[in-house]
Design a protein around this ligand. Structure first.
Ligand code: ZN
Length: 203
């Protein structure tokens, strides 16, 4: 079982990260500097979309401080459209995403800046059903070490009980010494098939 084959059910960047440069854009190194229309890379496509976006863009003159004073911590899963699912508009929230939506030291770093420098007061944590982190284990790190000769310093943060994982994430936020506001912290599981969120309460 190779590392890249261990997470076939979640076709998002976390699987691309371990699969080598030949998979970037799906078009191979030969096309990276090429200009043929048949080999438009995915990033070229995104840049083109940005040009069209900018043509119609009007500066809303927003402040960097989120309007609703809320930070959303969620999985990076491609099926999770946070703004649509939560009725959020541009400028409403901070969005902090990673594999699993877990609360790591770097998540705490972002939340600390979000609260202390940019005025947010509430934290909503969103995990989801069919998460890629349910399909791997901490053995992922050992496999990586065997493959590349170096053991990552980070934890995979894999889990089997999603409710418990949300509880752990809430606890990490609530007990962080760096955060100034830990009263309004709530966690949910988003169902990728129904679009509904289920709240997880502390045990
Ligand atoms: Zn996920």
């Amino acid at each position: 079982m190779s590392i890249s084959a261990a997470q076939p059910s979640e076709p998002d960047p976390e699987s691309a990260a371990g699969s080598g440069p030949e998979s970037a854009g799906g078009s191979g190194p030969a096309s990276a500097a090429g200009s043929g229309p048949a080999s438009v890379s995915v990033i070229d496509r995104l840049v083109g979309a940005n040009h069209r976006y900018a043509v119609a863009f009007h500066d809303p003159g927003m402040d960097a401080r989120p309007v609703l004073g809320v930070a959303v911590v969620a999985c990076m899963d491609a099926r999770l459209d946070l703004h649509a699912a939560l009725g959020l508009d541009l400028g409403d929230c901070h969005t902090i995403r990673n594999a699993g939506g877990v609360v790591t030291d770097d998540t705490i770093r972002s939340l600390t800046i979000s609260q202390r420098a940019l005025g947010t007061r509430s934290v909503i944590l969103i995990h989801h059903t069919n998460c890629g982190l349910e399909t791997i284990t901490e053995d992922f790190r050992t496999e990586l070490e065997h493959e590349v000769g170096q053991r990552p310093t980070w934890s995979v943060e894999a889990f089997t009980d999603i409710d418990q994982d949300v509880r752990q994430s809430m606890a990490r936020v609530r007990t962080s010494p760096f955060l100034a506001y830990t009263d309004d912290v709530r966690g949910f599981v988003f169902d990728v098939h129904t679009g509904l969120m289920r709240e997880i309460t502390a045990k």
